[in-house]
Design a protein. Sequence first.
Length: 343
Amino acid sequence: MNNRKRKYCRYCGGRIRQKQENGIPREYCPACRVFFYDNPLPVVSMILVEERRVLLVKRKNRPYRGKWCLPSGFAETGESILDAAVRELEEETGIQGRIVQLRDVDSCSNSFYGDLLFLTFEMEQTGGVLQAGDDAEAVRFFPLTRVPRLAFPSNSKALQAYLEGKKDHWAIVDSFTLAADEAIMQERRNLLSDRLVALIEASSDHIARLWLKDVRGSRSTPTYHLFDQELLYHRVFLVISHFSDWLSGSYHGQNIISYYMHLGRNRKREGFGLSEVISALSLTKKHLWEFALSQGMWDRPIDIYTIMELERRISLFFDRATYHVAKGYELESSRTTPAGSGK
């Protein structure tokens, strides 16, 4: 064991003594004039995760018999640390694997083994069959949310580092899976972009006033230049509120159909051109998107994904609203067009 002291020289058999080297007491053979160095033992540990379950080994031997740990073992003389990781994984669990990346390095002192250097690798399975090796009582996958206390603190540290590294990735995957279903996109179901709902609600007045300035100066919305400003503000504020409510799940598809069909009919009666109404909605969409971008959420991949996810939700809402506005406008136009006019 690494923590036991030498008594005799392995070369001449003479007595080992203590001698200072560069201020450090070391074991020394006076006859051979050789210092002996104690170095940490290299240990490989492997993190293999499938469906967010991590593979653990129940130890059969001392120390920590009966405790769970990551598949772990000592590197052998003459083999690379990478080969040691692949070998130990198969010996302890029956699984053949390949190294994905180094996840953690840790030094520790163990009362049984002495000083250890843990190198923990993330691995993925390439073959083999799950079965306990000679040094294991059992092997099994544990959900990452219910991992038992591990025998080696270095294992716990490495697994925590792995989870921290995967946190954003899994959040994106989960949100993307939910966002792929349009029915879920219309309800609040733990999407990453949900956190922007409160920001939009709190900034509705600011967004509405930016829109108002834009729509009253745009060449694509001339009738809006002459319309009552306070009434326009009230109308766009209501549209922004609809979108915010839709994000939070309290405003549904049927609400969009009935309100925006009615909106299209009203705008026709008020003398707005259809292209103007569509342009006004487009400007609302634009200012919501620009507001989201102004939050500076571009530092991490998860922030970029959140913004892009919100953009998709903005598009879903306003594409439907625009369609039903156009339908309502057309229905009103057909009702007011004289029979036989050819229009």
